[in-house]
Design a protein around this ligand. Structure first.
Ligand code: AMP
Length: 279
C-alpha cells in the first residue's frame, strides 16, 4: 500500500493513475478501523480499479473538544488492516496539511443541516462538508463510498455534490453489525461491558419497528420506540425519528423511502443507528 501524508505527493501519484485510465474509488474515514470500514473498501474494490482510503480525524466537525481529544487513533493497527484488505493507497495527513489556520467555510445546506444530528451537533455538517470537499479536491475520485450508518451525512454530502456539481458518484453501503446487532462504530471501544449490553436497545428497537412497520401507525411506532429506549437504564435518548429518506422530514403517506433513525448517549458514549423501513 502506498501511504501519503502530503496532498501534493498523493495528488501527483493519483494523476499518474488517472492518466493511465484507472478509475479511483475513495473511502474517507477517521480511522480506528473496523469491519464496517473494511466493507466499504471491499465494495470500492469491486467497482473501481484503484482504492484510496483516508484516515483523518477532522477537528472542524467536532463540536465537543473532549470528544475530539478522546477519539481513538490506533494508526499502526489501522495500517495493518488496510494492508490486509488490499487497499492500494492511504492518505493520512496531519491537521496542518489540511488546514492553513482558521479557515472560513459555509455551505447553505438548508434544513438538512438543522434536523436530527444537526440539532444535537450544531456546526457538525459544516465541518464534514468542509473536509470532504477538500478530500474530494485532492483525490478527485470517480466514486466515493460512505456508510448508511451515517445516513444524514450521506444526504448532506450528496447535496453538496449536487450543489457544487462535483464530478463524483456517491455510493451508500450497508451497515455492518456485531453478531448481536450492535452497529459497528469506532466509538464502541468506549463502552463498558454494561454499556455495551445496554446499547443493544438501539438495534433491537429498530428491528422491532421494522417488524411492525406494516401493521402499526408511524406515530405509535415512534412513540413506543422512544419509550422502549428511554426505559433502558444508562441510556439517554436524543432522538428517534421515522423520517422520509430523502429529506429527513417526518415520514408521510407519500414518502417512498422511509428510515428510522436514532441517537442516544449510552453512558458517556454517543451512538447513532438507523434502519431503512421501506425503499
Ligand atoms: P468514520 O470513520 O466514523 O468517519 O466512518 C467512515 C465511513 O465508514 C463513513 O462513511 C461511515 O458511514 C462508515 N461506517 C461507519 N460505521 C459503519 C458500519 N458499521 N458499517 C458500514 N459503514 C460504516
Amino acid at each position: 500500500m502506498k501511504t501519503y501524508t502530503s496532498r501534493n505527493g498523493l495528488g501527483e501519484y493519483l494523476s499518474g493513475l488517472r492518466g493511465g485510465n484507472k478509475t479511483i474509488g475513495f473511502v474517507p474515514t477517521m480511522g480506528a478501523l473496523h469491519q464496517g470500514h473494511l466493507s466499504l473498501i471491499a465494495i470500492a474494490q469491486q467497482r473501481c480499479d484503484v482504492v484510496a482510503c483516508s484516515i483523518f480525524v477532522n477537528p472542524t466537525q467536532f463540536n465537543d473538544p473532549k470528544d475530539l481529544e478522546k477519539y481513538p487513533r490506533p494508526i499502526q493497527s489501522d495500517i495493518e488492516k488496510l494492508e490486509q484488505a488490499g487497499c492500494d493507497i492511504l492518505f493520512n495527513p496531519e491537521v496542518n496539511e489540511m488546514y492553513a489556520g482558521n479557515e472560513q467555510w459555509h455551505l447553505d445546506l438548508g434544513e438538512l443541516e438543522h434536523l436530527l444530528e444537526g440539532k444535537f451537533r450544531p456546526g457538525h455538517y459544516q465541518g464534514v462538508t468542509q473536509v470532504v470537499y477538500k478530500l474530494f479536491d485532492i483525490v478527485k475520485p470517480d466514486m466515493a463510498f460512505f456508510g448508511q450508518k451515517d445516513y444524514q451525512q450521506f444526504l448532506v454530502i450528496q447535496k453538496m455534490a449536487d450543489m457544487l456539481n462535483l464530478p463524483v458518484k456517491l455510493v451508500m453501503c450497508p451497515i455492518l453489525r456485531e453478531p448481536d446487532g450492535l452497529a459497528m462504530s469506532s466509538r464502541n471501544i468506549h463502552l463498558s461491558a454494561e454499556d455495551r449490553r445496554r446499547a443493544l436497545v438501539l438495534s433491537k428497537t429498530l428491528n422491532w419497528v421494522k417488524e411492525n412497520f406494516n401493521t402499526a401507525s408511524i406515530d405509535s411506532l415512534q412513540q413506543e420506540s422512544a419509550a422502549m429506549i428511554s426505559a433502558e437504564p444508562g441510556v439517554s435518548l436524543e432522538y428517534f425519528e421515522i423520517a422520509d429518506g430523502r429529506d429527513l422530514h417526518p415520514a408521510t403517506a407519500d414518502s417512498r423511502t422511509i428510515v428510522a433513525l436514532v441517537a442516544a448517549k449510552v453512558g458517556n458514549t454517543r451512538l447513532i443507528d438507523n434502519e431503512i423501513l421501506s425503499s
